[in-house]
Design a protein around this ligand. Structure first.
Ligand SMILES: NC(=O)c1ccc[n+]([C@@H]2O[C@H](COP(=O)([O-])OP(=O)(O)OC[C@H]3O[C@@H](n4cnc5c(N)ncnc54)[C@H](O)[C@@H]3O)[C@@H](O)[C@H]2O)c1
Ligand SMILES: [Zn+2]
Ligand SMILES: [Zn+2]
Length: 369
């Protein structure tokens, strides 16, 4: 079958791929559509180290082809979004509603594929850049057939990650303000999560000026072109303090309640920290190379209740949050179709990458015929 394989030395669109039958608690899914997330590109360029060969793709939706003997929650023909968390369901993290903390959900690399006859691993426990994949039952979340699979696939990473960061991790309140650094597939979903939460001032920040109209379409109220100078200062100018105080000389008043780094660069995370109001929190979502550090003036945190937190996969609980995203979409509050800027067959993967690097897409989606 066809698929896209990270070879350790770049990427190959291949016909030389096979996947095994599902085990008792596994589901085999025929893929319909898969979004290209920056994390796939980060495997290819080495930012995210991953053993090769590996079948890429982790933002997919498809149709259940067959199920293992012990599977009860889905059956052949069901439409599913594939979550990347192969969580165990039995540990303390799972039992307290935090599957993103489940030890089984990270680094659980297995090799359900063969590539040119050799074992090939499953990136993000998903490997949705393949005509057919095999995942744990817990990862296959059924969705109504009325949601187009080309749109539904984006829920599997960009939407859960972005909207989840706002709803689950930050728990943004009406009247909060925010800056969103990086108006890509993840950042746009942070922006629409903020709109849904009632944030009143949403400043989108990107180095590509053309991202302004996309950002505003999803709910941004302002835009800062980060290539034009000090982005943190520009955000602060747009979110001035509504009162003056002598204490502002020590720690400037004004700025945003929340700043989301959806890029994954230490300078961006530092800007996110620098544009916070008193009591504000920066949320690290972007993934830089391993070992990347950021410096921060500790007093600027400790005196005024500022914080820095990380967020994996929108701190999501897929069996709660995927149906929630579907409901928000069907009720007209969550934009999914508008995220799909282009659809291409697997063979044109490099075209999607070029469009992403040029900043011309919200999301590029690979489709399977
Ligand atoms: N924490 C998680 O669970 C999680 C999940 C998914 C993706 N990610 C990470 O999130 C990041 C974003 O992913 P994506 O798919 O949205 O990427 P993307 O390529 O779709 O978008 C990135 C955006 O950032 C912009 N950008 C680049 N440099 C910038 C800068 N200095 N200042 C402002 N904007 C800048 C680009 O123009 C682009 O619009 C990646 O690092 C990805 O690996 C993390
Ligand atoms: Zn992703
Ligand atoms: Zn667990």
């Amino acid at each position: 079958m066809r698929g896209i394989v990270y070879t350790g030395n770049g990427v190959e669109v291949t016909d030389a791929l096979e996947v095994r039958q599902p085990g008792p608690k596994e589901v085999r899914v025929q893929m319909a559509a898969a979004g290209v997330c920056h994390s796939d590109l980060s495997v290819i360029d080495g930012t995210i180290p991953f053993p090769a060969p590996a079948v890429l793709g982790h933002e997919g939706a498809g149709v259940v082809e067959s199920v293992g003997s012990a599977v009860t929650s889905v059956r052949p023909g069901d439409h599913v979004v594939i979550a990347t968390l192969a969580s165990c369901g039995a540990c303390r993290a799972c039992s307290t509603g935090h599957p993103t903390w489940c030890r089984s959900s990270l680094g659980n690399i297995s090799t359900p594929f063969t590539f040119k006859g050799e074992p090939a691993s499953n990136f993000a426990a998903a490997s949705v850049f393949a005509e057919t994949t095999v995942v744990s039952e817990v990862q296959a979340v059924r969705i109504p057939k009325e949601v187009p699979l080309t749109s539904a696939c984006l829920i599997a990473c960009g939407v859960l990650t972005g909207v989840g960061a706002v709803l689950n991790r930050a728990k943004v309140r009406p009247g909060d303000t925010a800056a969103v650094f990086g108006v890509g597939g993840v950042g746009l979903n942070v922006i629409q999560g903020l709109r849904i939460s009632g944030a009143t001032r949403i400043v989108a920040v990107d180095t590509v000026a053309g991202k302004e109209s996309l950002g505003r379409q999803f709910g941004a109220t302002h835009f800062v072109d980060a290539s034009a100078g000090d982005a943190a200062a520009a955000v602060r100018e747009l979110t001035p303090a509504n009162r003056e105080s002598a204490a502002g000389a020590l720690f400037p008043l004004g700025g945003v309640t929340w700043a989301f780094d959806c890029v994954g660069h230490p300078a961006v995370l530092r800007s996110a920290l620098d544009c916070l109001d008193w009591g504000g929190t920066a949320v690290a979502i972007g993934i830089p190379p391993r070992g990347t550090e950021v410096s921060v003036d500790v007093n600027a945190l400790a005196y005024v209740d500022r914080g820095l937190i990380g967020c994996r996969y929108g701190s999501s609980r897929p069996h709660h949050d995927i149906p929630l995203m579907v409901d928000l979409y069907l009720s007209g509050q969550l934009m999914l179709d508008e995220l799909v800027s282009l659809t291409r067959p697997l063979e044109l993967f490099s075209q999607v990458i070029d469009e992403m690097h040029a900043g011309r897409v919200a999301r590029g989606v690979l489709v399977f015929d």
